[in-house]
Design a protein around this ligand. Structure first.
Ligand SMILES: Nc1ncnc2c1ncn2[C@@H]1O[C@H](COP(=O)(O)OP(=O)(O)OP(=O)(O)O)[C@@H](O)[C@H]1O
Length: 248
């Protein structure tokens, strides 16, 4: 459904992604894991039109063109890291902003109800200011806002960031439900254990390159950690022999 070919990008003179080839299958949940600075967020920013690139990004076999809003209109929707919500607006106002693309505006009420079915707690708090929500609830608003854009592909950046384990489980229960509903999901996650549990396909990035692409069911967590931390004896990828990143 979405594919990158020899994708390179970065920030001005700084190249971060180096010739990345990835395929995201329709209806699948694809997790991208990797240590701090591996380029995961840069990949999402590039896919969503925020950074210039060389190489190709194809959706449904056709080159993806346009800026972030055009891409959202085509169904490529990002849920940003850090649970970015408009703090001085109500929960429902935040959610309705997600329905900005033309094709989402006509049936706003039905769209809201569909989204509230995934996030009943947001319905209870629909009139509350988003700035007064807990971290987990704000994450739900960010995800719900993405759903309101009727995504063909939902790109979720680090949903577990800064959340207590019990809330992380709650957020991932919702991600499982979205997947069961047929939503194509790309999930950026540092928590390798939980990523392996929910993903169909998994890619490991290090230093701006993809060093492992496999079906999640066939991946052993210890082997993944060897590659993640480039531990001595690991065969694939760059081996720096040091432990990097947060403990996943
Ligand atoms: N605006 C920027 N300008 C210059 N370099 C940047 C910018 N944003 C990120 N980088 C650099 O790009 C590299 C990859 O960063 P990126 O945020 O994509 O990594 P990440 O895998 O998402 O890491 P994390 O898990 O810590 O969020 C890092 O070396 C970072 O310093």
């Amino acid at each position: 459904m979405l594919e990158t070919r020899n994708l390179s990008s970065g920030y001005g003179a700084i190249t971060v992604l180096w010739g990345v080839n990835l395929t995201f299958r329709e209806g699948a949940l694809t997790a991208i894991v990797g240590p701090n600075g591996a380029g995961k967020t840069t990949l999402l920013r590039t896919l969503t039109g925020l950074l210039p690139y060389t190489g190709d990004i194809l959706m449904g076999g056709k080159p993806l063109k346009g800026k972030t809003w055009d891409l959202a209109a085509q169904g490529l929707v990002m849920v940003p890291e850090g649970r970015l919500v408009f703090r001085d607006m109500s929960v429902e106002e935040n959610l309705c902003l997600g329905a900005y693309p033309e094709r989402c505006r006509a049936d706003l009420a039905a769209n809201l109800e569909r989204m509230y079915a995934f996030f009943p707690r947001l319905k209870e708090r629909r009139h509350q200011l988003a700035g007064s929500l807990s971290g987990g609830e704000a994450q739900m608003v960010a995800m719900g806002r993405g759903l309101m854009a009727k995504p063909r592909i939902l790109l979720i950046d680090e949903p577990s960031l800064g959340l207590a384990p019990v809330i992380v489980n709650e957020v991932f229960d919702i991600i499982r439900k979205l997947k069961a509903d047929g939503t194509t999901i790309v999930l950026i996650e540092q928590n390798t254990r939980i990523a392996l549990q929910v993903a169909d396909d998994l890619h490991l990035m290090r230093s701006g390159k993809v060093i492992l692409s496999e079906k999640a069911a066939g991946i052993d967590l210890n082997r993944l950690h060897d590659l993640y931390f480039a531990r001595e004896g690991a065969k694939e990828g760059t081996t720096q022999g040091t432990r990097e990143g947060t403990a996943p």
